[in-house]
Structures are given as structure tokens and as C-alpha cells.
Write a protein that binds this ligand. Structure first.
Ligand SMILES: *Cc1c(COP(=O)(O)O)cnc(C)c1O
Length: 420
């Protein structure tokens, strides 16, 4: 792509963008003059689709109108409500509907998945994570180690970038598995690393992990709605992700969960039980012995929060309309333009650490700031350029193809240029 560093060029790209109209369907926060903020934190909390209010209002209305009968009588009956989300969610992550369910929140789901898939023995008990894994994932696996009676430090193996580098190399994970594979029970890896934005080859991770009889789980918090992870074909055993980042479903909204089809009918897997993973046919015959459902639904415990699910349904309906293929196509172009413009700034103060190969990243670019000078981030925020600062020294920016424009990117970099 031959990019040009001009507002006119950015506006031309917007004009040619087949998804340009989608931005109007979102609430974009505004400054006191009524100008849109330059919002680059859809990787942290996605913007609100305007139609979400109606989706939630529908459930409030049906609750007012029907009370408990809303489980059957609501326009979208609550009893099977989670099923309305499955098809599109499965398409977004490249899974079969049987393999996907929306339930709980992300860290909770990681624990429930580890109840089933982290089965350590005295000899094979270690867990591999990225050295800069998201803190919640680190705490989750450490507490699982301790829960099973292991030392949280000794049992944890960190896959880390080499000295002087920022990104992970697959051959280093291969070495870890070569040397310690017999002691490793589980790999739990962020499919797109939250810090660097590196999109890892999860199919390859599954292959080399499985070759050493390890279970492979993927955290897709920064992948779902961003990249196309093709989960089923990747062969990973399980995955989980939240829906409030790229999936625009509102603060603290529920999590998606994937369990590969190869485990769908295994009733012997240890797992926690509740009435919602019990056989649907006999769920309400209260005196039945527990009979677990097949597939990802077999990990549910409780009847789910409909109001949160209504927001997810609203967002997923938009994803179904727009399609991941079109989003990803725009995303590569938009992020490519962002990278091009940043690289035009002549300065040593900032450096992009995200991979430059579009196949190894989603839409996030992580900008490393010399001397960890956080004031740069603060100055961006003062001008309503919304990015986030991650310790020790990175500004994360995500031009989201669903609602960010080429002009947003151009204006953002113009401001950045004046600040460095
Ligand atoms: C955002 C994020 C979380 C947050 O977990 P919650 O349980 O939803 O609070 C966890 N892990 C990763 C990798 C994340 O990016």
C-alpha cells in the first residue's frame, strides 16, 4: 500500500472505506466543543453501539410486562437467551457452535477451564505463560498451582523475549518444551499479547504443546473481534475472552468460552457443576442426578444475566452484519497507515514495539516511550487523544476498524508529532 502523509489522503481512504458508515452507529465521546474524542482504547473498553439501549430496554420492558414468565414469553425468551449469541460468537473466533458459550467473566472462566484442563501430577505440573502475561492470568495460574499444592514460583515457567528484544520467539517456546516438556502440564498463552500487541501463531503453539502432551489454552481477550484466530482448526484445547474490549458489550460484560470439539463429549473430565450445565431436558425436574451437557455449554453453572447478554447480542448483531473478513481487511489497512505515519516522525523518543508484519498483529500498536516518560501519554489525554499507558513504558493505541477512521489516525499522529 502506498500511503501519503496528508489529511486529504486520509479523507480519501475514508471515502473509499466500505465500513465508513458503521461509525455513525456508535456513541463516540465528545469534548466540550462537540468534537469527537480521538478514541484509541477499544482494546480496553469498546464504544457503545447506539442500538444497545433498545436491546436492553426490550428486556426491561419484558421483565416489567411478564415478570418470571419472561423466561418463556419475552420477545427473546430468557431461558434459551445465551443460545442467541452462540452462532455469531462462534463465527468471530472460528469455532463450531458446539464449542462456544457466553458465560461468567474471563478470569472466572479461566479458573473453571483449569478445573477441567489443569490436572497436574507430581511429575507433570508446571504451567507456561508469557513473561508479560496479563496480571489476572498470572494470578489465576499461580493460585491454581497453589491450590494443587505446588509452589507458585517454582511451578511457573515464563516464556520471555530475549535480552534486548520485546517480542516472543516461537523457537524459545520450542526450547522450553524440549527441555522441560515432561514437567509441563499446561500452556496458557495470550493469543494477542495485551502489552506488545504481538499475535502469536496459536496453531503452532498447539502443535508443539501437544507433541509434549501438554494441554494448550489461549486467552483471547485481545484477539476476539480483532484477529481471526480460527480456533477449531488451530486445535487448541480451550480458550476464553472478554466481550467488553473489541466486542463492544459494555464494562464488565460477560466472557466467551471455547472448548474444542474433541473434549465435547468427555463426561469424565473433572468439572464443577450447577443446574445450567445439567441436561436441558431434565433441568427443571429437580430430583435428577447430575447429567452434564455436551460441548461448551457443559461448563456453565448459573442462569445468566440477561441485561448484560442483551448488550452482547446488540454488538454481535453488528459483527454479523459487518463480518470479520471485512473488519480485518480494513484493520490491516488502518493499522498500516497508523504505523506509516508514526514512522514518519523523526524522533528517538518513541518506538513501535508491535510486529510490523500484519500477520503477527491485530489493530493495536504499542509505542515504547524513551525513559518511560509518562508525561507524553498525559499530554495526549489532555488533547482528548484517548490511549492507555502500561507500565513500564508503553502507550497502547488501537485504531478499531469498526469505528475508527483514517482521519482519526491522521489527526492523532499530528498531535503526537507536536508532542515529541
Ligand atoms: C482484559 C483482560 C483480562 C480481564 O479479566 P476479567 O476477568 O474480565 O476482569 C484478563 N486477561 C487478559 C489477557 C485481558 O486482556
Amino acid at each position: 500500500m502506498n500511503y501519503q502523509n496528508s489529511l486529504a489522503f486520509a479523507q480519501q481512504l475514508d471515502k473509499e472505506d466500505p465500513l465508513q458508515h458503521v461509525r455513525k452507529e456508535f456513541h463516540v465521546p465528545k469534548d466540550t466543543h462537540g468534537n469527537d474524542w480521538l478514541y484509541f482504547t477499544g482494546n480496553s473498553l469498546g464504544l457503545q453501539p447506539k442500538q444497545t439501549q433498545q436491546y436492553i430496554q426490550q428486556e426491561l420492558d419484558d421483565w416489567a410486562k411478564y415478570g418470571v414468565e419472561g423466561h418463556f414469553e419475552a420477545q427473546n425468551p430468557w431461558l434459551p437467551y445465551h443460545e442467541f449469541l452462540t452462532k455469531t460468537m462462534a463465527e468471530i473466533v472460528g469455532a463450531k457452535p458446539l464449542e462456544v458459550v457466553v458465560m461468567n467473566t474471563l478470569t472466572t472462566n479461566l479458573h473453571l477451564l483449569m478445573v477441567s484442563f489443569y490436572q497436574p501430577t507430581k511429575k507433570k505440573y508446571k504451567i507456561v505463560i508469557e513473561s508479560d502475561a496479563f496480571p489476572s492470568d498470572r494470578y489465576a495460574v499461580q493460585s491454581q498451582l497453589q491450590f494443587h499444592g505446588f509452589d507458585a514460583k517454582e511451578g511457573l515457567i515464563e516464556w520471555r523475549p530475549r535480552e534486548g528484544e520485546e517480542l516472543l520467539r516461537m523457537e524459545d517456546l520450542e526450547t522450553i518444551l524440549e527441555e522441560q516438556g515432561d514437567e509441563i502440564a499446561l500452556l496458557l498463552i495470550g493469543g494477542v499479547n495485551y502489552y506488545t500487541g504481538q499475535y502469536l501463531d496459536i496453531k503452532r503453539i498447539a502443535e508443539i504443546g501437544h507433541a509434549k502432551n501438554c494441554i494448550v489454552g489461549i486467552d483471547l481477550a485481545h484477539g476476539a473481534g480483532n484477529i481471526q484466530p480460527d480456533l477449531h482448526n488451530s486445535g487448541v484445547d480451550f480458550a476464553a475472552w472478554c466481550t467488553y474490549k473489541y466486542l463492544n458489550s459494555g464494562p464488565g460484560s460477560l466472557s466467551g468460552l471455547f472448548v474444542h470439539e474433541k473434549h465435547a463429549y468427555n463426561k469424565e473430565l473433572p468439572r464443577f457443576a450447577g443446574w445450567w450445565n445439567h441436561n436441558k431436558e431434565t433441568r427443571f425436574n429437580m430430583r435428577q442426578p447430575f447429567d452434564v451437557m455436551a460441548g461448551a455449554e457443559g461448563w456453565q453453572l448459573s442462569n445468566p444475566p440477561i441485561l448484560s447478554m442483551a448488550a452482547i447480542r446488540s454488538s454481535l448483531d453488528m459483527f454479523a452484519k459487518v463480518g470479520m473478513t471485512a473488519l480485518r481487511e480494513k484493520s490491516e489497512k488502518l493499522t498500516g497507515y497508523f504505523e506509516y505515519l508514526i514512522n514518519q516522525i523523526a524522533t528517538d523518543r518513541i518506538k513501535i514495539i508491535t510486529p510490523s508484519n500484519p500477520k503477527e498483529r491485530g489493530c493495536q500498536l504499542s509505542i515504547q516511550v524513551q525513559n518511560a516518560d509518562k508525561s507524553l501519554h498525559e499530554k495526549l489525554m489532555e488533547q482528548h487523544v484517548i490511549t492507555d499507558w502500561r507500565e513500564p513504558d508503553v502507550i497502547r493505541c488501537a485504531p478499531v476498524p469498526m469505528y475508527n477512521s483514517f482521519e482519526d489516525v491522521f489527526r492523532m499522529v499530528e498531535i503526537l508529532k507536536t508532542l515529541v
